[in-house]
Structure formats: structure tokens, C-alpha cells
Design a protein around this ligand. Structure first.
Ligand SMILES: *Cc1c(COP(=O)(O)O)cnc(C)c1O
Length: 242
């Protein structure tokens, strides 16, 4: 099997090519390496190859890895690529786990209820810090997916704007589970139009810029439709066992 560094390089090239194809600046797209079920040793490999943002979807696993790899988060000399490691929570977050995860994460991609926002606010106040958050939107209507319906997003964004601890920086979605590119593109476009509308209507501020969309099977379409964060696991680390 090819190594993590080569796979990373290949994914970065594909992101760049998709961006250029769409007339976008490749630098406007950040790669979140989704490292769920991946051993810390291989996360170190990716870090050594310059990758800085890692996404996890389970609190326990995220906390364990963040602690094991704590020295990568310390400020200081981190080699040519510079900068410490950054953890993003990309999976569904339960309220009773918030207190475990908030100290470790730089961004939460999956805010989906006011009650979760309230708990985040409570725990962040204790730490005296703010957190970048994305509102997760179910753009495909698939019942197995988390996230608010597109028509519910404005109310949630508006309600969350009262929390000084939460920096609402955009939206996240998971593409529909289909090989039909048209349906995938429609879902991503829905997310972009929603972000633009929330900004135009003044419900969200100027920092509401991000679109977290695109995974191993559909990230090129997502980049074409305006993704600023792509969340990629399999294409970097190989298939997950189990
Ligand atoms: C697993 C996961 C990904 C990455 O999926 P791949 O298909 O392995 O690239 C992205 N986003 C979320 C929320 C995930 O759970």
C-alpha cells in the first residue's frame, strides 16, 4: 500500500485541480484529514507530511488521541510546515460529552440544536474560551443523517448568535449516499445558497464564510460548489476496518 504522505499529496493535487477547474484559489480550501479509526502513528506520519487539521467523529477517540499526541499541539518548532496540530469534531456530539471535548477542539462541524449550543456555551464559559462552530444541515433529507433541515437553519443560527462563546463561522453537510453526481451537486449547492442567504439577510456575520462539505467520494464536486473545508478519510488513510 502506498504511504500516507503519497496519498496526502495526491489528495492535495486533486483539490488543487478541482479548484483551478472552478476558477477558485486552491488556498481557500482547507483539508481536514479524518483520522477516525486511524492509529496515532499514522497521524504522526500525516503530520510529518505537513497535514495540520485532523477530524474525528467520536469524543472518546478524539480525546484519547489529542492526549497521546499532545506534544504536536504544543507551540514551538514543528518543522517546515509549521504550526501545531488542530483537532476538529466532525461527528454528532451528544450534550453529555461536551465537557470532555471542548478543551481539545478548534472547531465543531456538527452543531444541530439549541440545547447543544447551550451546553457548549456553559462549558466554554468555564474554560473562558470561544469555539468556532458550523451548523450541520441535512441537505439530502435522508432520515439517517444528523443536522437541521435547510428551512430550520436560519432560526438556529439566529438563536445561537446570542452566545458570545460560539463563533458561528459557517455550515456543514454530508452529501447524499448516491453515485448520482447531480444529486450530490444539488445538496452542496443548497448549502452554499443557504450560507449566502444567511449572510445577505444579516442573520450571520461577516465571519460566516465556511462550507464544510466533500468526503473521499465527492470532494471534487464539493470544491466546484464552493467548499472551504473538505473532510477526507479513506483517500488519505486507506479503507477503515470495521
Ligand atoms: C468519516 C467521515 C468523513 C470522511 O469520510 P471518507 O469517505 O472516509 O473520506 C467525513 N465527514 C464525516 C462527518 C465523517 O464521519
Amino acid at each position: 500500500m502506498t504511504g500516507v504522505a503519497e496519498r496526502l499529496a495526491s489528495v492535495r493535487r486533486r483539490i488543487e485541480a478541482a479548484a483551478r477547474q472552478a476558477g477558485r484559489d486552491p488556498a481557500a480550501i482547507a483539508l481536514v484529514a479524518v483520522s477516525k479509526s486511524v492509529e496515532p502513528a499514522r497521524i504522526r506520519e500525516a503530520f510529518a507530511a505537513g497535514q495540520r487539521i485532523f477530524g474525528e467523529n467520536r469524543v472518546q477517540e478524539l480525546v484519547a488521541k489529542a492526549e497521546e499526541l499532545a506534544e504536536l499541539a504544543a507551540p514551538g518548532e514543528h518543522g517546515a510546515a509549521g504550526g501545531p496540530i488542530e483537532w476538529h469534531m466532525v461527528g454528532h456530539l451528544q450534550r453529555n460529552k461536551v465537557r470532555h471535548v471542548v478543551r481539545h477542539v478548534a472547531m465543531l462541524h456538527s452543531l444541530d440544536s439549541l440545547r447543544l449550543a447551550e451546553e457548549l456555551d456553559r462549558q466554554l464559559q468555564k474554560l473562558g474560551r470561544r469555539l468556532d462552530v458550523l451548523v450541520e444541515v441535512n441537505t439530502s433529507g435522508e432520515p439517517t443523517k444528523f443536522g437541521v433541515a435547510p428551512e430550520e437553519a436560519p432560526a438556529l443560527v439566529k438563536a445561537c448568535s446570542r452566545f458570545d462563546t460560539l463563533r458561528l463561522v459557517g455550515l456543514m453537510t454530508i452529501g447524499p449516499n448516491t453515485s448520482h453526481t447531480g444529486a450530490i451537486r444539488r445538496a452542496f449547492r443548497t448549502l452554499r445558497e443557504l450560507r449566502d442567504r444567511l449572510r445577505d439577510e444579516g442573520l450571520a456575520g461577516p465571519e460566516f464564510v465556511h462550507l464544510s462539505m466533500g468526503m473521499s467520494g465527492d470532494f471534487e464536486v464539493a470544491v466546484e460548489e464552493g467548499a472551504t473545508l473538505v473532510r477526507i478519510g479513506t483517500a488519505i488513510f486507506g479503507p477503515r476496518s470495521g
